[in-house]
Design a binder for this molecule. Structure first.
Ligand code: ADP
Length: 416
């Protein structure tokens, strides 16, 4: 075959030129030369058979030796090498062959070059995607580990803090009794009691977060009327609302007077968090509206405020533990003061409680702006349960059933 003869004529110079251009050091040059020799053998086979697939064997090997750092930077490592091989062929062919022969040889090699380029870039792309996927998986595992140790830390810290706090509580109440007649001391002790109460709330929140994280939150299902539950919360908030000149409107919405099975204490805690947040992030003179509706199988409760609002990019983040936005040092200290941010556990507990009920929670807000106060609306979707879930019924009635069975058995024995 004429092309093969032409190839033979330039082959040695072609190899030398590529080696000289691309490899440094005697040892590297030698092993690169061997690789090129093999490449050209396969080029010959490919030209002979008309099948560029002959090159795949060596291309596969070259791709597999790509270093990790090349993968990290997604360097298309083989493309420049293949380009040099082509340019060197074009150079040595023009130097050593007639124009017509050089053109014939290049025309025969060009489809092989295109095949090699397409094949390697596809494989390199696939390898890169695989590398990124494995990196992502590793990052996910690392995050999971960090999250687990964060959750363990919260649980340990909360339990460790509980004991000294109980001591302080005990001694403070003893001192209050002792100095009940001393106005100045009573005032100071009241301050300590308020601080201790706030600390207890934070520790309780930490314990709840670790219960939720470890999927250990146990619900005690019983009949609940949302209107009643929300009414109690609104009543509890009255003095704060007056102090902050905020109007709370609790609507008599469809489904609010329906009996559903839920954990009333936990549900109260969830709505209490939403309502105190609404107070915290609404400036004086604002308005909070609690409304809702029924949907097939669900009751949706909405808590809307005329507060500072939440940016769309933060609307998922705030439901994560420690999802408090803004600079913690700028938080106002009070529980219900304007922007009195806390440790950022409230909404993650609320989400955990709602989800443990089989519901969902999300927020809608046009964005955060303290001047225009676009407001936020929190949506809570709760399933309408007409009885306690089976596991709880089993737990409640199993001892009774066991007792009935044992009695029946004893009766049978006595008869015989
Ligand atoms: P925190 O203890 O900081 O209040 P939460 O988990 O209750 O923690 O809330 C997380 C963050 O969500 C808050 O720091 C606040 O930035 C934002 N947020 C919650 N409720 C509202 C609301 N009604 N309006 C504006 N921002 C809110």
């Amino acid at each position: 075959m004429r092309v093969l003869d032409l190839l033979k004529q330039v082959r040695q110079r072609w190899v030398e030129r590529v080696v000289h251009r691309l490899a440094r050091g005697e040892h590297t040059r030698e092993s690169f030369r061997q690789e090129l020799e093999r490449y050209l053998e396969l080029v010959e086979q490919a030209i002979l058979s008309g099948d560029p697939g002959w090159l795949n064997e060596i291309l596969d090997r070259w791709i597999s030796v790509r270093t990790q750092s090349e993968q990290q930077h997604h360097a298309a490592s083989l493309a420049p090498i293949l380009r040099h091989i082509l340019l060197s062929l074009s150079f040595v062919a023009r130097e050593n062959l007639s124009d017509a022969d050089a053109l014939e040889l290049l025309t025969a090699y060009l489809p092989l070059h295109s095949h090699a380029l397409e094949y390697t870039s596809r494989l390199e792309g696939e390898a890169y995607v695989e590398y990124i996927a494995s990196e992502l998986e590793e990052a996910r595992r690392r995050l999971e580990r960090i999250d687990r140790s964060k959750s363990n830390f919260i649980s340990v810290a909360a339990h460790e803090l509980k004991t000294p706090l109980t001591l302080i509580e005990g001694y403070a109440s003893m001192l209050m009794e002792t100095y009940a007649q001393n106005d100045a001391a009573a005032l100071l002790l009241k301050g300590i009691a308020t601080g201790v109460q706030r600390l207890r709330e934070i520790i309780d929140d930490m314990i709840d977060v670790s219960l939720i994280d470890n999927k250990m939150l146990q619900l005690n299902f019983q009949p609940v009327w949302l209107q009643q539950l929300l009414g109690i919360a609104s009543h509890e908030l009255q003095s704060v609302l007056q102090e902050r000149d905020i109007t709370l409107q609790l609507e008599d919405f469809p489904g609010s007077n329906e009996m559903i099975f839920a954990d009333s204490e936990r549900l109260y805690q969830a709505f209490w968090n939403l309502l105190t947040n609404a107070v915290k992030y609404t400036p004086n003179g604002g308005r909070i509206t609690v409304s809702g509706r029924t949907l097939p199988g669900f009751i949706e409760v909405t808590v809307s405020d005329t507060g500072i609002g939440i940016d769309p990019e933060d609307q998922v983040l705030i439901f994560e533990k420690f999802g408090s936005l803004g600079d913690a040092s700028l938080h106002s200290s009070g529980r219900t003061k304007f922007k009195g941010g806390g440790p950022g556990l409230g909404l993650s507990i609320t989400k955990g409680i709602v989800e443990a009920h089989g519901g969902t929670i999300w927020v809608e807000s046009p964005g955060c702006d303290e001047k225009t106060c676009p407001g936020s609306t929190f949506h809570v979707l709760l399933p309408i349960r007409k009885e306690a879930p089976n596991e709880q019924l089993n737990k409640l009635f199993r001892p009774m059933l066991m007792e009935t069975k044992t009695n029946a058995h004893a009766g049978e024995k006595a008869e015989t």
